[in-house]
Design a protein around this ligand. Structure first.
Ligand code: PXP
Length: 239
């Protein structure tokens, strides 16, 4: 079985920086650290409201990420135009609701079909691989294929929230969508809500080639890295 690629989503690093409108922590530094630790790619979500990742971040990441740069964004003309200038390796088209805390669900490709097809055509013409973030649903998988996506990213939010018997059911839904997608020639990614405790069933789905994980990794970094951060400050004070 091929190894699953890990895309590390570093949005939360930018969220912390924007909380103070400061220079640190810089997501560009975080991308370097994640890459040194073995990340196969860096993922950021350039939201229309620019609440965390900024245009400057994506521009600098394009110049510095030598693995795989994946940018999540809404399928609108302004964002697609920006990507055509920056040329990340991949764009993952996601639905965006200005009031949401995080992406709330997959794209409804029946409703958003025209916009997504136009975005996919423009992005692919610029040499950018196109992913559609969708629910594990056969209809959505088929539409993603029809609209010209290279890959799908299956929303694992429902799986991540599942407890007890529901875990098996949600795993089966993801597995079924993954199987169909691969049969249709789509590369299969997954992500949202995955963490160190719930991840295992996803690793068992052979069609999944990439997982994008953010919150759990940055949350753990705060705790496993806090020890060193305090020790470093104490060492400075004791000089
Ligand atoms: N994939 C997509 C499309 C997302 O919107 C997000 C959240 O930004 C993720 C993956 C990562 O989710 P999490 O931060 O819960 O790991």
């Amino acid at each position: 079985m091929e190894r699953i690629r890990l895309g590390v989503n570093i949005d939360h690093v930018a969220t912390l920086r924007q909380a103070r409108k400061a220079l640190q922590p810089d997501p560009v530094w975080a991308a370097a650290a994640a890459t040194l630790a073995g990340a196969d790619g860096i993922t950021v979500h350039l939201r229309s409201d620019r609440r965390h990742i900024q245009d400057r971040d994506v521009q600098l990441l394009r110049q510095t990420v030598n693995t795989h740069l994946n940018v999540e964004l809404a399928a609108d003309d302004e964002m697609v135009g920006l990507m055509i200038d920056i040329v990340p390796d991949a764009v993952c088209l996601v639905p965006e609701n200005p009031n949401e805390i995080t992406t709330e669900g997959g794209l409804d490709l029946q409703k958003a079909g025209d916009r997504v097809a136009r975005a996919a055509t423009q992005l692919k013409a610029a040499g950018i691989s196109v992913t559609c973030f969708i629910e594990p649903d056969d209809k959505q998988v088929k539409l993603a294929r029809k609209l010209g996506a290279d890959s799908i990213e299956i929303n694992t939010n429902a799986f991540s929230l599942a407890r007890g018997d529901r875990i098996k059911k949600e795993t089966a839904r993801v597995a079924q969508a993954a199987k169909l997608a691969q049969k249709l020639g789509l590369d299969v990614h997954a992500g949202h809500g995955l963490d160190y405790f719930n991840l295992l069933p996803m690793i068992g789905i052979p069609q999944i080639t990439e997982l994008n994980i953010g919150h759990a990794i940055i949350a753990r970094a705060v705790l496993v890295g806090l020890d060193k951060a305090v020790r470093d400050m104490k060492a400075l004070l004791e000089r």
